[in-house]
Design a protein around this ligand. Sequence first.
Ligand code: SAH
Ligand code: DHB
Ligand code: MG
Length: 215
Amino acid sequence: MTTYGDALSAFITQTFASEDDTLARIREQVQARGLPTITVKPEEGRFLQVLVAACRPKVAIEIGTLGGYSGTWIARGLPAGGRLITLELDPMRAEIAREHFRLAGVEDRVEIRVGNAHNLLLELSDNGPFDFVFIDAEKEGNPAYLEWTLDHLRPGGVLAVHNAFRKGAILDLDNRDPAVLATRELNQRVAENPRLISTIFPAGDGMTIGVLQEQ
Ligand code: SAH
Ligand code: DHB
Ligand code: MG
């Protein structure tokens, strides 16, 4: 579900977010190697890159690497010396992502950590604060991921969460699916948090974004 039609969505992608050969190859390989085809859309990847270019992270965090498609968009938006730490539960997916970061020539900027992100984030806590956090793993974890992010983002830092709409399911209040409940809860908490200036970017499956203000 988007607020505009497929033709306008295609216009954005063609005009602002066309994939180069590398990104197209990574998307194809995600499918060819049997990974779920749930990478962000090109216009969502481009939006992440725009956010990163605006907040210029020294360290960006991604929760949910999959095949490295969104990570490549993010890595390409980093300033000189900036790094991406991306977290992935599945070692096989992490290995494929590692190949893809190499293919994209961003392997020197990207560190993949393998394990349950909830544990990996605890280990990362002392290395913060961080400048950019992209949340795109299991949706039931989103409230906990949001709490960690609010504790570890610097003022001016940016939070982005994929799948804000769950394909429209968040509007159906009879839908009690745990992933939908968690998405609804995350959107509500972000919207109500006075320390965040926030909205949803309505392309693709929706991206909840927030910019952290001074205390
Ligand atoms: N951001 C990626 C897509 C991520 S799909 C892109 O757009 O290219 C979600 C990923 O989160 C999956 O690869 C899944 O294995 C991973 N994941 C699920 N639960 C996780 C957890 N608890 N910790 C770390 N990664 C997790
Ligand atoms: C699905 C899509 C996603 O982008 C994601 O991060 C997780 C799941 C899905 O369609 O099931
Ligand atoms: Mg997603």
